[in-house]
Design a protein. Sequence first.
Length: 128
Amino acid sequence: MSNDRFEKGMEVRRSVLGDAHVDRAEAAKTDFDLPFQTLITEGAWGNVWASDGISKRERSMLTLALLAATGNFEEIPMHIRATARTGASKQDVQEAFQHVAIYAGVPRANHALKLAKQTYAEMEEQDQ
């Protein structure tokens, strides 16, 4: 395991997803999924998300669009919540999902929008 990349990955992961989310994920980690958790922490968070090539806002928009376009809907609420820390606005998310509708299909974009609406409503309830 690359300690530097893992440590950077945990730092970026926490900055995007928040301490509470990462703490829950870490508490649920077992010997079985440890190699996978290490892979995503180093690869996704310590390499891709840690790059300064584009902003976290842009990365957030790309991630949401890719998740919707590929039908990986279970990750969308987590990444919608992350927009509070990445700087991607609701309008940014709407724009990303419009691209999904045109380039990957209306049903996928429609479902992603439904999940985003639900998640934003939950976030607003928690802020009250």
